[in-house]
Ligand binder design. Structure first.
Ligand code: ZN
Length: 260
C-alpha cells in the first residue's frame, strides 16, 4: 500500500491572513485586558500598521480579565479610525498546565503575602518567560517580529522576570533558538504608574483614559463591584493599590499627557 503523503505542519506559507514577513510594520501585543497591556495595545496601534493580540489562560483567578480584554479590543478601535484599520486577530493560548505547576496566589486561593524568598505570593515563577516564548512561537508563524509587553521595572514589585535585563537575555535566547530577529518592546519599562496614565492620555486622550478606567481590569481578586475614580476593583489588593496610587499621583499632577 502506498504511504500517505507527509502532511506538513502549518507554516508561514500555509497561513491565512499572513503578515508580510519582510516587514517590521507589525507587532504582537501580550494583552491581558489589564491597565498596562491596554496602554501597550494603544502604543502599538499608534506605531505599527498591523497589530495582533495574544492572551494566556493559565487558570488565573481573575478570569474576569479574560472578558475585559475582549471589551477593550472592541472599544479601543472607536477612539481612532487609524487604530481600527490596524487591529488584527486575537489569539488565545491555553497554559493551564503551566498554571498547575506554578500555583501561587494568582492561580490558587492563597493570601497575598511576601514569601520566604522575598517575592510576593502573586509571583508566578517564570511567567513572563513562558508567555514571551509562546508569543514568539506564534509571532514566527504569523510573520511578526515585534513583541510588545507591559513589563515594568520602575514600580518593581519584586518580579525578577519583569526586569529589562531578563527581557534582553530572553530576546537573545529566542533569536538564537528560533533563528529569528525578534525585538521585545517594553514601552512601560521605565515609567511610574502615574506616567502610564499620562502615556494613555498622550496616546488616546481622555477617551483612552476613560476606556482604561471603565473596561480594563487589574484587581487580583477579580472584583468589579465598586467603581473607583481609577476603575473597578477591591481597592486593597497589591494590584488595586498600585493602580490607585498611580492614578492619584497623576490626578494631583494635573492629569498631564506624556508624548509616546
Ligand atoms: Zn483588588
Amino acid at each position: 500500500m502506498p504511504k500517505a503523503p507527509l502532511s506538513l505542519p502549518p507554516g508561514p506559507s500555509h497561513m491565512e491572513g499572513m503578515i508580510d514577513a519582510s516587514s517590521d510594520t507589525s507587532a504582537l501585543v501580550l494583552f491581558s485586558g489589564g491597565q498596562d497591556s491596554s496602554v501597550c495595545l494603544a502604543w502599538a496601534l499608534s506605531r505599527y500598521a498591523r497589530v495582533e493580540t495574544v492572551g494566556f489562560n493559565y487558570g488565573q483567578r481573575h478570569a474576569v480579565e479574560m472578558e475585559a480584554r475582549q471589551v477593550v479590543r472592541r472599544r479601543i478601535v472607536g477612539i481612532d479610525a487609524v487604530w481600527a484599520s490596524r487591529l488584527g486577530d486575537d489569539h488565545m493560548i491555553d497554559l493551564r498546565g503551566f498554571g498547575a505547576i506554578a500555583e501561587t496566589a494568582m492561580t490558587a486561593d492563597r493570601a497575598f503575602e511576601i514569601t520566604d524568598k522575598g517575592l510576593p505570593s502573586t509571583f508566578v515563577p517564570g511567567r513572563n518567560l513562558v508567555f514571551l516564548t509562546y508569543a514568539a512561537a506564534l509571532a514566527d508563524r504569523r510573520g511578526v517580529r515585534r513583541l510588545v509587553g507591559g513589563m515594568c521595572e520602575t514600580d518593581f514589585s519584586g518580579y525578577p522576570d519583569c526586569r529589562r535585563d531578563t527581557i534582553e537575555a530572553l530576546e537573545r535566547a529566542l533569536n538564537m533558538g528560533m533563528a529569528q530577529d525578534f525585538r521585545i518592546e517594553t514601552p512601560l519599562m521605565w515609567l511610574t504608574k502615574a506616567e502610564t496614565w499620562a502615556l494613555a492620555k498622550g496616546l488616546g486622550g481622555e477617551a483612552l483614559v476613560e476606556l482604561i478606567c471603565e473596561d480594563s481590569h487589574t484587581c487580583y481578586r477579580g472584583e468589579r463591584g465598586v467603581r473607583h475614580d481609577w476603575g473597578y476593583g477591591c481597592g486593597d489588593c497589591p494590584a488595586c493599590e498600585l493602580r490607585a496610587r498611580g492614578w492619584n499621583e497623576w490626578v494631583e499632577a494635573g492629569r498631564p499627557a506624556l508624548a509616546a
